[in-house]
Ligand binder design. Structure first.
Ligand SMILES: [Zn+2]
Length: 391
Protein backbone atom coordinates (compact mmCIF):
# COMPACT_ATOMS: atom_id res chain seq x y z
CA UNK A 1 0.00 0.00 0.00
CA UNK A 2 2.75 2.39 1.03
CA UNK A 3 4.82 1.36 -1.93
CA UNK A 4 1.86 1.84 -4.19
CA UNK A 5 1.34 5.40 -3.06
CA UNK A 6 4.93 6.41 -3.41
CA UNK A 7 5.68 4.37 -6.48
CA UNK A 8 2.66 5.90 -8.17
CA UNK A 9 4.42 9.19 -7.41
CA UNK A 10 1.82 11.76 -6.60
CA UNK A 11 4.17 14.47 -7.85
CA UNK A 12 2.22 15.14 -11.02
CA UNK A 13 -1.05 15.47 -9.19
CA UNK A 14 0.69 17.46 -6.51
CA UNK A 15 2.17 19.85 -9.01
CA UNK A 16 -1.15 20.31 -10.73
CA UNK A 17 -2.97 20.90 -7.53
CA UNK A 18 -0.36 23.13 -6.01
CA UNK A 19 -0.26 25.08 -9.24
CA UNK A 20 -3.97 25.77 -8.87
CA UNK A 21 -4.59 29.28 -7.79
CA UNK A 22 -4.89 29.30 -4.04
CA UNK A 23 -6.73 29.91 -1.76
CA UNK A 24 -8.47 26.58 -1.57
CA UNK A 25 -12.15 26.28 -0.76
CA UNK A 26 -13.20 26.46 2.84
CA UNK A 27 -13.28 22.88 3.98
CA UNK A 28 -12.18 20.52 1.28
CA UNK A 29 -11.69 20.12 -2.38
CA UNK A 30 -14.45 17.90 -3.60
CA UNK A 31 -13.31 15.09 -5.82
CA UNK A 32 -15.84 14.08 -8.44
CA UNK A 33 -17.35 10.67 -7.61
CA UNK A 34 -15.95 8.40 -10.36
CA UNK A 35 -12.36 9.20 -9.43
CA UNK A 36 -10.83 6.13 -7.89
CA UNK A 37 -7.35 7.46 -7.36
CA UNK A 38 -6.19 10.85 -6.28
CA UNK A 39 -5.63 13.16 -3.38
CA UNK A 40 -7.91 15.36 -1.42
CA UNK A 41 -6.37 18.61 -0.25
CA UNK A 42 -7.96 19.33 3.06
CA UNK A 43 -7.70 22.35 5.33
CA UNK A 44 -7.87 21.36 8.97
CA UNK A 45 -10.72 22.85 11.00
CA UNK A 46 -10.83 23.21 14.76
CA UNK A 47 -11.78 19.90 16.35
CA UNK A 48 -10.48 17.74 13.47
CA UNK A 49 -8.39 14.77 14.46
CA UNK A 50 -6.19 12.63 12.25
CA UNK A 51 -8.10 9.47 13.16
CA UNK A 52 -11.43 11.18 12.50
CA UNK A 53 -10.32 12.33 9.05
CA UNK A 54 -8.79 8.95 8.28
CA UNK A 55 -12.06 7.27 9.14
CA UNK A 56 -14.06 9.76 7.12
CA UNK A 57 -11.98 9.14 4.01
CA UNK A 58 -11.54 5.46 4.70
CA UNK A 59 -7.76 5.52 4.71
CA UNK A 60 -5.04 4.55 7.11
CA UNK A 61 -4.05 7.58 9.31
CA UNK A 62 -0.39 6.76 8.65
CA UNK A 63 -0.94 7.22 4.93
CA UNK A 64 -2.23 10.76 5.56
CA UNK A 65 0.87 11.42 7.65
CA UNK A 66 3.19 10.11 4.97
CA UNK A 67 1.55 11.85 2.06
CA UNK A 68 1.25 15.15 3.99
CA UNK A 69 4.73 14.93 5.40
CA UNK A 70 3.52 15.03 9.03
CA UNK A 71 5.88 14.19 11.84
CA UNK A 72 3.16 13.79 14.44
CA UNK A 73 -0.54 13.17 14.49
CA UNK A 74 -1.19 16.56 16.09
CA UNK A 75 -3.19 18.79 13.77
CA UNK A 76 -3.71 22.53 13.90
CA UNK A 77 -6.45 24.56 12.25
CA UNK A 78 -5.53 25.90 8.83
CA UNK A 79 -3.04 23.11 8.23
CA UNK A 80 -3.29 21.65 4.74
CA UNK A 81 -3.32 17.91 4.38
CA UNK A 82 -2.88 15.78 1.32
CA UNK A 83 -5.18 12.83 1.90
CA UNK A 84 -4.58 9.87 -0.42
CA UNK A 85 -7.67 8.07 -1.61
CA UNK A 86 -5.77 5.54 -3.67
CA UNK A 87 -7.62 2.25 -3.87
CA UNK A 88 -10.43 3.30 -1.62
CA UNK A 89 -12.99 2.36 -4.22
CA UNK A 90 -11.06 -0.63 -5.46
CA UNK A 91 -12.26 -3.18 -2.96
CA UNK A 92 -13.51 -6.49 -4.41
CA UNK A 93 -17.25 -6.82 -4.99
CA UNK A 94 -19.13 -7.36 -1.75
CA UNK A 95 -20.73 -10.77 -1.30
CA UNK A 96 -23.67 -10.86 1.12
CA UNK A 97 -23.05 -12.67 4.41
CA UNK A 98 -24.29 -16.27 4.28
CA UNK A 99 -23.29 -16.60 0.63
CA UNK A 100 -20.26 -18.77 0.06
CA UNK A 101 -18.04 -18.54 -2.99
CA UNK A 102 -17.41 -22.08 -4.19
CA UNK A 103 -14.79 -23.01 -6.75
CA UNK A 104 -16.03 -25.86 -8.95
CA UNK A 105 -13.85 -28.98 -8.73
CA UNK A 106 -13.40 -31.59 -11.46
CA UNK A 107 -16.33 -34.00 -11.43
CA UNK A 108 -18.78 -31.58 -9.82
CA UNK A 109 -22.20 -31.51 -11.41
CA UNK A 110 -25.28 -29.47 -10.63
CA UNK A 111 -26.67 -32.65 -9.12
CA UNK A 112 -23.77 -33.38 -6.75
CA UNK A 113 -23.58 -29.71 -5.68
CA UNK A 114 -27.27 -29.34 -4.88
CA UNK A 115 -27.07 -32.56 -2.84
CA UNK A 116 -23.90 -31.51 -1.05
CA UNK A 117 -25.27 -28.10 -0.06
CA UNK A 118 -28.89 -29.14 0.48
CA UNK A 119 -30.24 -26.84 -2.20
CA UNK A 120 -32.84 -27.29 -4.90
CA UNK A 121 -31.63 -26.74 -8.47
CA UNK A 122 -33.79 -23.59 -8.64
CA UNK A 123 -32.15 -22.24 -5.48
CA UNK A 124 -28.68 -22.84 -6.90
CA UNK A 125 -29.60 -21.28 -10.24
CA UNK A 126 -31.21 -18.30 -8.45
CA UNK A 127 -27.92 -17.65 -6.69
CA UNK A 128 -26.14 -17.94 -10.06
CA UNK A 129 -28.58 -16.50 -12.59
CA UNK A 130 -25.84 -15.94 -15.17
CA UNK A 131 -25.15 -19.69 -15.38
CA UNK A 132 -25.15 -20.67 -19.04
CA UNK A 133 -25.71 -24.39 -18.83
CA UNK A 134 -26.91 -26.99 -16.34
CA UNK A 135 -24.50 -29.57 -17.72
CA UNK A 136 -21.33 -27.68 -18.35
CA UNK A 137 -19.87 -26.78 -14.97
CA UNK A 138 -16.23 -26.01 -15.66
CA UNK A 139 -13.68 -26.87 -12.98
CA UNK A 140 -12.32 -23.65 -11.53
CA UNK A 141 -15.40 -21.54 -12.19
CA UNK A 142 -16.96 -19.84 -9.18
CA UNK A 143 -20.48 -20.47 -7.97
CA UNK A 144 -22.34 -18.66 -5.22
CA UNK A 145 -23.79 -20.99 -2.63
CA UNK A 146 -26.47 -19.50 -0.36
CA UNK A 147 -25.95 -21.13 3.04
CA UNK A 148 -28.62 -19.12 4.90
CA UNK A 149 -31.32 -17.08 3.15
CA UNK A 150 -32.16 -18.28 -0.36
CA UNK A 151 -33.04 -15.91 -3.12
CA UNK A 152 -32.00 -14.20 -6.30
CA UNK A 153 -28.41 -12.96 -6.27
CA UNK A 154 -27.90 -9.96 -8.53
CA UNK A 155 -25.03 -7.62 -9.23
CA UNK A 156 -25.75 -4.00 -8.43
CA UNK A 157 -25.57 -2.06 -11.67
CA UNK A 158 -24.07 1.36 -12.28
CA UNK A 159 -26.39 3.98 -10.81
CA UNK A 160 -28.57 1.32 -9.21
CA UNK A 161 -29.31 1.23 -5.48
CA UNK A 162 -30.49 -1.43 -3.12
CA UNK A 163 -33.75 0.52 -2.76
CA UNK A 164 -34.28 0.42 -6.56
CA UNK A 165 -33.71 -3.33 -6.66
CA UNK A 166 -36.03 -3.98 -3.72
CA UNK A 167 -38.77 -1.91 -5.38
CA UNK A 168 -38.33 -3.74 -8.69
CA UNK A 169 -39.01 -7.07 -6.98
CA UNK A 170 -41.70 -5.75 -4.64
CA UNK A 171 -39.61 -6.27 -1.52
CA UNK A 172 -39.23 -4.02 1.50
CA UNK A 173 -35.88 -2.21 1.39
CA UNK A 174 -35.46 -2.95 5.09
CA UNK A 175 -35.86 -6.70 4.52
CA UNK A 176 -33.38 -6.60 1.64
CA UNK A 177 -30.89 -4.57 3.68
CA UNK A 178 -31.21 -7.03 6.57
CA UNK A 179 -30.77 -10.07 4.33
CA UNK A 180 -27.59 -8.46 3.00
CA UNK A 181 -26.20 -7.39 6.36
CA UNK A 182 -26.26 -3.77 5.19
CA UNK A 183 -26.82 -0.94 7.65
CA UNK A 184 -26.41 1.96 5.26
CA UNK A 185 -27.71 1.20 1.74
CA UNK A 186 -25.27 3.73 0.28
CA UNK A 187 -22.33 1.57 1.32
CA UNK A 188 -23.10 -0.70 -1.63
CA UNK A 189 -21.33 0.06 -4.88
CA UNK A 190 -21.82 -1.07 -8.47
CA UNK A 191 -20.52 -4.60 -8.82
CA UNK A 192 -21.58 -5.63 -5.33
CA UNK A 193 -23.85 -8.64 -5.03
CA UNK A 194 -27.30 -8.20 -3.58
CA UNK A 195 -29.43 -11.08 -2.35
CA UNK A 196 -33.14 -10.62 -2.93
CA UNK A 197 -34.61 -13.00 -0.37
CA UNK A 198 -37.39 -15.33 -1.48
CA UNK A 199 -37.08 -14.41 -5.17
CA UNK A 200 -36.42 -17.37 -7.44
CA UNK A 201 -34.95 -17.29 -10.93
CA UNK A 202 -37.64 -19.63 -12.20
CA UNK A 203 -37.58 -18.28 -15.73
CA UNK A 204 -33.82 -18.57 -15.89
CA UNK A 205 -34.03 -22.11 -14.55
CA UNK A 206 -36.74 -23.05 -17.01
CA UNK A 207 -34.75 -21.59 -19.87
CA UNK A 208 -31.75 -23.61 -18.75
CA UNK A 209 -33.87 -26.76 -18.55
CA UNK A 210 -35.20 -26.11 -22.04
CA UNK A 211 -31.65 -25.61 -23.29
CA UNK A 212 -30.53 -28.84 -21.60
CA UNK A 213 -33.39 -30.74 -23.25
CA UNK A 214 -32.55 -29.25 -26.66
CA UNK A 215 -28.92 -30.31 -26.22
CA UNK A 216 -29.99 -33.82 -25.19
CA UNK A 217 -32.19 -34.09 -28.31
CA UNK A 218 -29.33 -32.88 -30.51
CA UNK A 219 -27.07 -35.56 -29.01
CA UNK A 220 -29.68 -38.29 -29.64
CA UNK A 221 -30.14 -37.08 -33.20
CA UNK A 222 -26.38 -37.17 -33.82
CA UNK A 223 -26.23 -40.72 -32.38
CA UNK A 224 -29.17 -41.82 -34.56
CA UNK A 225 -27.41 -40.47 -37.65
CA UNK A 226 -24.21 -42.28 -36.64
CA UNK A 227 -26.08 -45.60 -36.22
CA UNK A 228 -27.77 -45.10 -39.58
CA UNK A 229 -24.37 -44.56 -41.20
CA UNK A 230 -23.00 -47.72 -39.53
CA UNK A 231 -25.97 -49.73 -40.81
CA UNK A 232 -25.46 -48.36 -44.29
CA UNK A 233 -21.78 -49.32 -44.19
CA UNK A 234 -22.62 -52.81 -42.92
CA UNK A 235 -25.11 -53.32 -45.76
CA UNK A 236 -22.51 -52.15 -48.23
CA UNK A 237 -19.96 -54.62 -46.82
CA UNK A 238 -22.50 -57.47 -47.00
CA UNK A 239 -23.25 -56.56 -50.61
CA UNK A 240 -19.55 -56.61 -51.50
CA UNK A 241 -19.06 -59.91 -49.69
CA UNK A 242 -21.97 -61.48 -51.58
CA UNK A 243 -20.48 -60.19 -54.81
CA UNK A 244 -17.09 -61.71 -53.95
CA UNK A 245 -18.78 -65.02 -53.13
CA UNK A 246 -20.58 -65.14 -56.47
CA UNK A 247 -17.22 -64.72 -58.14
CA UNK A 248 -15.67 -67.48 -55.97
CA UNK A 249 -14.68 -70.81 -57.58
CA UNK A 250 -17.59 -73.04 -58.50
CA UNK A 251 -16.26 -76.33 -57.23
CA UNK A 252 -16.78 -75.23 -53.65
CA UNK A 253 -20.51 -75.13 -54.19
CA UNK A 254 -21.24 -78.45 -52.49
CA UNK A 255 -19.74 -79.17 -49.09
CA UNK A 256 -18.37 -82.66 -48.66
CA UNK A 257 -19.57 -84.35 -45.53
CA UNK A 258 -16.56 -86.67 -45.48
CA UNK A 259 -13.18 -85.18 -44.95
CA UNK A 260 -10.29 -86.69 -46.82
CA UNK A 261 -7.23 -86.63 -44.65
CA UNK A 262 -4.14 -85.29 -46.34
CA UNK A 263 -0.74 -86.71 -45.62
CA UNK A 264 1.80 -84.95 -43.45
CA UNK A 265 3.84 -84.21 -46.54
CA UNK A 266 0.95 -82.37 -48.07
CA UNK A 267 0.98 -80.05 -45.07
CA UNK A 268 -0.12 -81.26 -41.68
CA UNK A 269 -1.14 -78.34 -39.51
CA UNK A 270 -1.79 -77.65 -35.87
CA UNK A 271 -4.92 -76.05 -34.48
CA UNK A 272 -4.54 -72.27 -34.41
CA UNK A 273 -6.25 -72.12 -30.98
CA UNK A 274 -5.78 -74.32 -27.96
CA UNK A 275 -9.34 -74.03 -26.64
CA UNK A 276 -12.36 -73.39 -28.88
CA UNK A 277 -15.73 -74.55 -30.11
CA UNK A 278 -16.42 -74.97 -33.83
CA UNK A 279 -19.48 -72.85 -34.59
CA UNK A 280 -19.52 -72.94 -38.40
CA UNK A 281 -18.03 -75.61 -40.63
CA UNK A 282 -16.56 -75.28 -44.07
CA UNK A 283 -19.17 -75.00 -46.79
CA UNK A 284 -22.01 -74.17 -44.45
CA UNK A 285 -24.15 -71.19 -45.10
CA UNK A 286 -22.76 -68.60 -42.71
CA UNK A 287 -24.25 -65.52 -41.18
CA UNK A 288 -22.66 -63.32 -43.78
CA UNK A 289 -21.65 -65.80 -46.47
CA UNK A 290 -23.61 -67.92 -48.86
CA UNK A 291 -20.81 -70.41 -48.73
CA UNK A 292 -18.39 -70.60 -45.83
CA UNK A 293 -14.79 -70.59 -47.02
CA UNK A 294 -13.28 -71.65 -43.69
CA UNK A 295 -14.15 -72.79 -40.20
CA UNK A 296 -15.23 -70.60 -37.31
CA UNK A 297 -13.67 -71.33 -33.94
CA UNK A 298 -15.37 -69.52 -31.06
CA UNK A 299 -13.06 -68.44 -28.23
CA UNK A 300 -12.93 -65.55 -25.76
CA UNK A 301 -11.57 -62.15 -26.75
CA UNK A 302 -7.81 -62.05 -26.50
CA UNK A 303 -7.21 -65.80 -26.84
CA UNK A 304 -3.80 -66.17 -28.56
CA UNK A 305 -3.91 -67.36 -32.16
CA UNK A 306 -0.92 -69.37 -33.34
CA UNK A 307 0.43 -70.14 -36.79
CA UNK A 308 -0.99 -73.47 -37.99
CA UNK A 309 2.27 -74.11 -39.81
CA UNK A 310 5.63 -72.40 -40.29
CA UNK A 311 5.67 -69.79 -43.00
CA UNK A 312 6.04 -66.20 -44.03
CA UNK A 313 3.52 -63.47 -43.21
CA UNK A 314 1.97 -62.44 -46.50
CA UNK A 315 -0.72 -60.12 -45.18
CA UNK A 316 -1.08 -58.54 -41.76
CA UNK A 317 -3.68 -55.80 -41.63
CA UNK A 318 -7.23 -54.64 -42.12
CA UNK A 319 -9.51 -56.20 -44.68
CA UNK A 320 -12.01 -54.22 -46.68
CA UNK A 321 -14.16 -57.31 -47.31
CA UNK A 322 -15.14 -58.32 -43.81
CA UNK A 323 -12.14 -60.18 -42.40
CA UNK A 324 -11.32 -57.26 -40.13
CA UNK A 325 -7.82 -57.49 -38.72
CA UNK A 326 -6.42 -60.60 -40.36
CA UNK A 327 -3.22 -62.42 -41.17
CA UNK A 328 -2.40 -64.56 -44.20
CA UNK A 329 0.57 -66.93 -43.95
CA UNK A 330 2.33 -68.35 -46.98
CA UNK A 331 3.59 -71.86 -46.25
CA UNK A 332 5.12 -72.44 -49.65
CA UNK A 333 3.94 -74.78 -52.37
CA UNK A 334 0.86 -72.65 -52.91
CA UNK A 335 -0.46 -73.38 -49.39
CA UNK A 336 -1.75 -70.43 -47.40
CA UNK A 337 -3.66 -70.07 -44.16
CA UNK A 338 -5.85 -67.11 -43.20
CA UNK A 339 -6.81 -65.93 -39.71
CA UNK A 340 -9.60 -63.37 -39.51
CA UNK A 341 -11.52 -61.08 -37.10
CA UNK A 342 -8.50 -60.59 -34.83
CA UNK A 343 -8.65 -58.19 -31.96
CA UNK A 344 -4.97 -57.46 -32.43
CA UNK A 345 -2.28 -58.59 -34.83
CA UNK A 346 1.08 -59.70 -33.39
CA UNK A 347 3.16 -60.01 -36.58
CA UNK A 348 4.24 -57.90 -39.53
CA UNK A 349 4.02 -58.69 -43.17
CA UNK A 350 7.24 -60.28 -44.47
CA UNK A 351 8.06 -61.80 -41.08
CA UNK A 352 8.82 -65.53 -40.81
CA UNK A 353 6.92 -67.48 -38.17
CA UNK A 354 7.34 -70.91 -36.59
CA UNK A 355 4.43 -73.31 -36.27
CA UNK A 356 2.75 -72.52 -32.96
CA UNK A 357 4.06 -68.93 -32.80
CA UNK A 358 1.51 -66.36 -31.64
CA UNK A 359 0.43 -64.23 -34.61
CA UNK A 360 -2.54 -62.40 -33.07
CA UNK A 361 -5.45 -62.51 -30.66
CA UNK A 362 -9.10 -63.45 -31.00
CA UNK A 363 -11.48 -60.58 -31.62
CA UNK A 364 -14.61 -59.66 -33.50
CA UNK A 365 -13.36 -57.12 -36.01
CA UNK A 366 -14.78 -56.90 -39.49
CA UNK A 367 -17.92 -58.72 -40.42
CA UNK A 368 -18.39 -60.71 -37.24
CA UNK A 369 -21.05 -61.08 -34.58
CA UNK A 370 -18.91 -62.25 -31.69
CA UNK A 371 -15.36 -63.20 -30.74
CA UNK A 372 -14.16 -66.03 -32.95
CA UNK A 373 -11.41 -67.01 -35.35
CA UNK A 374 -12.33 -67.55 -38.94
CA UNK A 375 -9.65 -69.90 -40.22
CA UNK A 376 -9.07 -70.71 -43.86
CA UNK A 377 -6.72 -72.99 -45.71
CA UNK A 378 -6.08 -72.13 -49.36
CA UNK A 379 -4.23 -74.26 -51.84
CA UNK A 380 -3.41 -72.68 -55.17
CA UNK A 381 -5.66 -69.78 -54.23
CA UNK A 382 -8.69 -72.00 -53.58
CA UNK A 383 -10.30 -72.47 -50.22
CA UNK A 384 -10.07 -76.04 -48.90
CA UNK A 385 -11.67 -77.65 -45.87
CA UNK A 386 -9.29 -76.86 -43.01
CA UNK A 387 -10.37 -80.02 -41.16
CA UNK A 388 -8.55 -82.01 -43.82
CA UNK A 389 -5.27 -80.51 -42.66
CA UNK A 390 -5.82 -80.47 -38.91
CA UNK A 391 -5.19 -83.29 -36.48
ZN1 LIG B 1 -16.08 -67.56 -40.72
Amino acid sequence: MILLIFAASPSLALDLRLALPLPLPERAVEVSPPVRKGWVIYEVKPGDTLSGLAEHYGVNPKHIMWSSGLRSDRLYPGQRLLIPIVGVEERPPRVPPGVEVYRVRPGDTLDTLTKRFGLTPVELVSANPSLESLDRLVAGMELYIPRKAKGLLLTLGEGQTLVDLAARFGLSPVAVARANGVKDPTELRPGDLVLLPGIQAKTTYQNLLAKQEAERRARLEAERKRQEELRRLAQERARQQALAQRQAPRQQASPRPQVRRVSYQEGAMRWPLSGFRITTYFGQRGAFQRYHTGIDLAAPYGTPIVAAKAGQVEVAGWSSVGYGFHVVLDHGGGVETLYAHMNRIAVRSGQWVKAGQVIGYVGSTGWSTGPHLHFEVRVGGMARNPLAYLP
